[in-house]
Ligand binder design. Structure first.
Ligand SMILES: C[S@@+](CC[C@H](N)C(=O)[O-])C[C@H]1O[C@@H](n2cnc3c(N)ncnc32)[C@H](O)[C@@H]1O
Length: 230
């Protein structure tokens, strides 16, 4: 069953607004070409979608969908000058557009689903024959800290992982995605390993984690660029 997480915290918009293609989805750049019709699933406020729209140029376009209404409302306001970007409040599983897409991308979204293989099957129906799918997700069990935070922070993180697992989310989805892709009939699967590093002095660092301490968090993720089975 598809679940829905409420994301109403005010800081979330800001975190998503600060994201960019160059900084937060760099492995996608080589496959972006003029004229591509792109669908971004779980686009948040559309910050990365807006950068993709710029790369595919006026002959291409990007549709971003997200099932959190306030993210879409915020993105529509912030990126209204991106004429080849359209943002819609929609859930992936009930999204049935008339057209299919050359490229579907989804960053940091399948990791929040309890049915990622169902999502891949749904995405296949939205791709043109020979189209490409790129997924960026984390392995939450590969996170490392430097220096080690206090026991209470580690306990909190373990509780977070347990909450995710109990809700049916895969904490190591990045490492399992290639298998999911193969099992759902995709071909030419490629895996890219990229480390994501947050430093205390960075603007996007969550200051609530630990004050007065330099903290470095590494998330590892795998991005899959694949060609759909024709
Ligand atoms: C961690 S955010 C990633 C946002 C953006 N892609 C980025 O990398 O900055 C995950 C997003 O997926 C959206 N989402 C989760 N489940 C969804 C679903 N079933 N359909 C559409 N969007 C969904 C959430 O609302 C959230 O905005």
């Amino acid at each position: 069953m598809n679940k829905n997480i409420q994301r109403d915290h005010q800081t979330t918009n800001k975190i998503f607004d600060n994201r960019s293609l160059e900084k937060d989805y760099v492995t996608l750049i080589p496959i972006l070409k003029d004229g591509l019709r792109v669908l971004d699933i779980g686009c948040g406020t559309g910050a990365i979608s807006k950068d993709i729209a710029q790369r595919v140029g006026p002959s291409g376009s990007v549709v971003g969908i997200d099932n959190t209404e306030k993210f879409i409302a915020s993105g529509k306001e912030s990126y209204q000058t991106s004429l080849n970007l359209k943002l819609f409040h929609h859930d992936l599983f009930s999204y049935n557009p008339e057209e299919q897409f050359d490229l579907i991308v989804s960053a940091r979204t399948l990791q929040w689903l309890n049915n990622p293989k169902e999502a891949l099957l749904k995405l296949k129906t939205l791709l043109k024959p020979g189209g490409q799918l790129s997924i960026l997700d984390y392995n939450h069990e590969q996170l490392s800290w430097e220096p080690q935070p206090p026991e209470s922070t580690l306990f909190f993180y373990q509780t977070f992982l347990k909450w995710r697992a109990d809700a049916g989310m895969n904490n190591q989805i990045a490492d399992d995605l290639a298998d999911y892709f193969a099992e759902t009939g995709f071909q030419a699967i490629e895996v890219f390993n990229v480390e994501e590093v947050y430093r205390k002095q960075d603007e996007n660092f969550c200051s609530g984690l630990e004050s007065g301490q330099k903290l470095l968090v590494q998330h590892k993720w795998w991005k899959k660029g694949i060609s759909q089975m024709s």
